[in-house]
Each structure stands twice: as C-alpha cells, then as structure tokens.
Design a protein. Structure first.
Length: 178
C-alpha cells in the first residue's frame, strides 16, 4: 500500500469517527431554554459566544470561516422558555447578489430560506423547532445540517455573486444588527 493510499485511509477513518466522538456524550433533551447546552453542541463545530441585548440572549458563532448567529424565538415575555431557534448568516453584498439568485436557491431547498435583507445583503436562515424538546443527538444533527447549508449557500450563491461583480470574496458581517 502506498503512503498516499495509507494517508487517505487514515484521514477517511478519522472523518468517520469524528461525528461519533462528538455524539458520545449527547444524551438528554435540548430545549429553547437550554442556552448552555445549545452553545456546547455548536462549539464542537467552531467558536461560539453567548451575547445578550434588548431582544434577549443570542449566540454568535463562526464555522468554516463563516460568521453566523443563533437567535432564540417564540419566547415568553421575559425572553425565556423559547420554542425555536433560528440560525442566520449574511454577507455584505455591495450589490453582488440578486433576488433571482435567492429565488433559485429557495426553489430547491427544504432546510433554509435565502433573501436580500433591507440593506441588500445576501442572507440565509434556518429555523429549528425545539418545542417540548428534542433529543440532543437530533439537535447536533441540525447543527451539522446548518453547516452543510451554509457551505452550499456560500459556494453556490455568495461566491459566484462576488465573482460576477469582480470584487472577489467578501467576509460576512459579525454583528446581529443588519
């Protein structure tokens, strides 16, 4: 067996075991009130920080060089006991992206919706229902789906938009306020 084949086999084996290693301690239920647990699960895939403002607690994360947020939604008047979370990422478009590009994305996708926000920035969102709680392994799977959706959106919509404009690739905005 060549060194290249051996190395490829070793990398493949590590990739197969990585999700299993991440899921070993995933027991119990995750609810929209469990900010610490959501943060812990998301931290397996990149950096994540707890933030708070007038609208309540939210998380700012970075995964695969993309900044995103997790907002807690459908909460009571004290911004607690939330029934869902929303993952969101956006890129300062500077006119590089079109409504047509967002519509093309939305036609074929189940697990996200894309749009141009009020400032014309390419934005992708995905809501996850946590009413009555979900198994922790299920929420971990949701974070993995989010990672895939963000990566595909960046590769299929964001980067081609910037390439067409001739401006190269633009980083996305880390602030919650768009």
């Amino acid at each position: 067996m060549s060194v290249r084949a051996l190395t490829a086999s070793a990398v493949f084996a590590v990739l197969l075991t990585a999700p299993a290693l991440a899921q070993q301690p995933l027991t119990g239920v995750v609810t929209g009130s469990d900010v610490a647990r959501i943060t812990q699960i998301a931290a397996v895939y990149g950096t994540i920080d707890r933030r708070e403002d007038d609208a309540g607690v939210w998380l700012r994360g970075e995964m695969d060089d993309t900044v995103y947020s997790i907002s807690f939604l459908n909460c009571n008047d004290q911004n607690q006991n939330c029934n869902s979370v929303q993952f969101r990422a956006w890129w300062e478009s500077n006119g590089a992206h079109t409504v047509d590009a967002m519509n093309r994305w939305n036609q074929d996708r189940r697990f996200s919706s894309a749009y141009l926000d009020s400032r014309g920035n390419a934005t992708i969102e995905w809501d996850v229902n946590l009413a009555h709680g979900v198994p922790a392994a299920n929420f971990d799977d949701s974070v993995q789906w989010w990672r895939t959706v963000m990566r595909q959106f960046r590769e299929e919509v964001v980067e081609p938009g910037f390439a067409t404009q001739g401006g190269g690739q633009s980083p996305n905005s880390p602030s919650r306020d768009k």
